[in-house]
Design a protein around this ligand. Structure first.
Ligand code: ZN
Length: 156
């Protein structure tokens, strides 16, 4: 495993749509391992592959001790709304007020190429949506109703 550099806002890769992973092979598993190590090292609760310079549809989140890896994620269902304060490892020093679904259900592939379904509310729903947005070239600052220049301990 290796730490990867986290791309910061202003890098054009963060505004691009990530490409689908055609085959979940050892190369993808190495990327997943590196993303998890990088996320944990940065005290993040989530990370998307474009944030480490890889334009592929891969995300990881870790909320309340539950680690989720999703390759080629698809949003199946969302319900309700919640408004929270978000940060991003690619936008250091800022948080923003963002409206998200209260509940989401997504499917995707795990590291073995098997389809999995995950669902969540509260922070997990926020983290899933935040990382899913990264795969579509969207940052939380594009959606935030207000930005605040403070440190946060919850960065995605
Ligand atoms: Zn982010």
């Amino acid at each position: 495993m290796a730490l990867r550099n986290i791309v910061k806002q202003g890098d054009e890769i963060l505004a691009k749509k990530a490409r689908e992973v055609s085959e979940v092979d050892d190369r993808i598993r190495v990327i997943l391992d590196d993303m998890i190590e990088t996320m944990r090292h940065a005290d993040g609760v989530g990370l998307a592959a474009p944030q480490v310079g890889i334009l592929r549809q891969i995300l990881v989140i870790e909320v309340d001790g539950e680690l989720i890896e999703l390759i080629n994620p698809v949003l199946l269902e969302s319900e309700g709304t919640q408004v929270g304060e978000e940060g991003c490892l690619s936008v250091p020093g800022y948080t923003g007020t963002v409206e998200r679904p209260a509940y989401v259900k997504m499917k995707g592939l795990n590291r073995n190429g098997k389809e999995i379904i995950t669902e969540g509310r509260e922070l997990k729903a926020i983290a899933l949506c935040h990382e899913y947005d990264h795969l579509n070239g969207v940052l939380f600052v594009d959606k935030a109703s207000a930005l605040h220049e403070i440190e946060t301990d919850e960065e995605y």
